[in-house]
Design a protein around this ligand. Structure first.
Ligand code: NAD
Ligand code: DAU
Length: 372
């Protein structure tokens, strides 16, 4: 960044990807980071324990929908850029309770855009030219693919299917409009499914690892043949860094690992890694814990990302394969059981009951486990 003395503001930097990004950024001794996060159920300061007391990291608890607070934050810290991760991020929760998603993802992004616009008007010269707003978004805005459809491209029309996806699509549209109308120097990244350390165990990989280690059922939705394009979280962080530093204002960049896997295959891989890494477990072979359960309503069948624009224009490449990334991930959860215990205490059990209590967890055949 050219304004080297000024920090960057990271929203949602106590969540899964945000905290990985903050640790990655601080590790490279770039700008200071002002981490602005509401600490919802998904935010965890424990994710940032390794940089506790580091003067290059300032944590501020607050809501991106609170305009007064965001204005004060920007006026006080004079950031060179805003990297916007903060969001409600879990599709199943958006089905159970969509309102929080509209508030955080749409109204929150709107508030942040307006605050950024007002802040930009106070900048001059190089500081104004260098300022960037990077909006972190998802491939789910593009909807779902049939097995032989080409991967999502930056020009694929939006067709969001879940309340989460619709709220993210709305936020992407707001960012686009603020670039077009107000010349806000913003960029958007649309990324596929992330996995890696520090992911809250409501999402597929950490949930399966956590349940397996406890000898609990592994709930695979529907027939388990839904396809996701998995990317190791650090590769996503490096992509965001690349787009922030080299991306063209107003552009969207798709980010993905070129690594499509059916859910059931991912669960099998996790089970087999656990068999290898926890040889004395009474739950081996872990595949015996798999249960096909009632599907997610409106479940998208397949996502796949075409990341060639990011690769050819900006030179980004994913560094992890799924085999290396998955092994690192499983090992991380095995070595960080205290982290898992902390995040699964308290309200976590309420969510597990709300989302899985009504699903038939009998060992159905995949064909009979479809949504009713
Ligand atoms: P997460 O749920 O793990 O973390 C979200 C963070 O945002 C939490 O720390 C939470 O406290 C904070 N937050 C929520 N509402 C807030 C508010 N109103 N004000 C301030 N902070 C608030 O999410 P994640 O998986 O790390 O995803 C981060 C971003 O990346 C999201 O925008 C998500 O849509 C996007 N994304 C995620 C994935 C993925 O696979 N996880 C893939 C592509 C894009
Ligand atoms: O594609 C990017 C998106 O990936 C991000 O924008 C979202 O924030 C992130 O949560 C993720 O969404 P998914 O819905 O794809 O992720 P999740 O981990 O919830 O589910 C992955 C797949 O696994 C999906 O097809 C549903 C299935 N699944 C999930 C859970 C939690 C199961 O079969 N069983 C489960 O218990």
């Amino acid at each position: 960044m050219t304004q080297l003395k000024n920090p960057i503001v990271v929203t949602g930097g106590a969540g899964f990807i945000g905290s990985n990004f903050v640790l990655h950024w601080i590790g490279q001794k770039k700008n200071k980071v002002v981490n602005f996060d509401l600490l919802t159920y998904a935010g965890n300061l424990g994710n940032l324990a390794s940089i506790e007391g580091n003067p290059d990291h300032v944590f501020v608890r607050g809501d991106i929908s609170d305009r007064k607070m965001v204005d004060t934050l920007l006026a006080e810290h004079r950031p060179a850029a805003i990297v916007h991760f903060a969001a409600e991020s879990h599709v199943d929760r958006s089905i159970v309770g969509p309102e929080a998603f509209l508030r955080a993802n749409i109204y929150g992004t709107f508030t942040l855009l307006e605050a950024a616009r007002a802040y930009l008007a106070t900048l001059e010269g190089d500081a104004k030219d260098a300022f960037r707003f990077l909006h972190v978004s998802t491939d789910e805005v593009y909807g779902t693919l049939e097995p032989n459809d080409p991967a999502f491209h930056e020009d694929t029309p939006f067709a969001p299917n879940s309340p989460y996806a619709a709220s993210k699509a709305a936020s992407d549209h707001l960012v686009r409009a603020w670039v077009h109308t107000y010349k806000l120097p913003a960029l958007i990244t649309n990324c596929s499914n992330n996995y890696g350390p520090l992911q809250f165990p409501e999402k597929l990989l950490p949930l399966m690892i956590n349940n397996a280690l406890a000898g609990k059922p592994l709930p695979v939705y529907g027939d388990g043949m839904q396809v996701r394009d998995w990317l190791f979280v650090l590769d996503h962080c490096r992509a965001i860094e690349t787009v922030l530093e080299k991306g063209r204002i107003g552009e969207t960049y798709n980010v993905g690992g070129g690594n499509q896997q059916a859910n059931i295959d991912v669960v099998h891989m996790i089970c087999d890694l656990l068999d290898e890494l926890v040889p004395d477990s009474p739950h081996r072979p872990y595949r015996q814990l798999i249960r096909f359960v009632q599907d997610r309503p409106g479940h998208d069948r397949r996502y796949a990302i075409d990341a060639r624009k990011l690769e050819t224009e900006l030179g980004w490449r994913a560094q992890e394969t799924f085999a290396t990334g998955l092994r690192k991930t499983v090992e991380w959860y095995l070595n960080n059981k205290a982290w898992m215990e902390e995040v699964t205490s308290g309200a976590y059990q309420n969510w597990m009951n709300a989302n899985y209590g009504h699903r038939n967890e009998a060992p159905l055949s995949p064909a009979t486990a479809g949504a009713k």
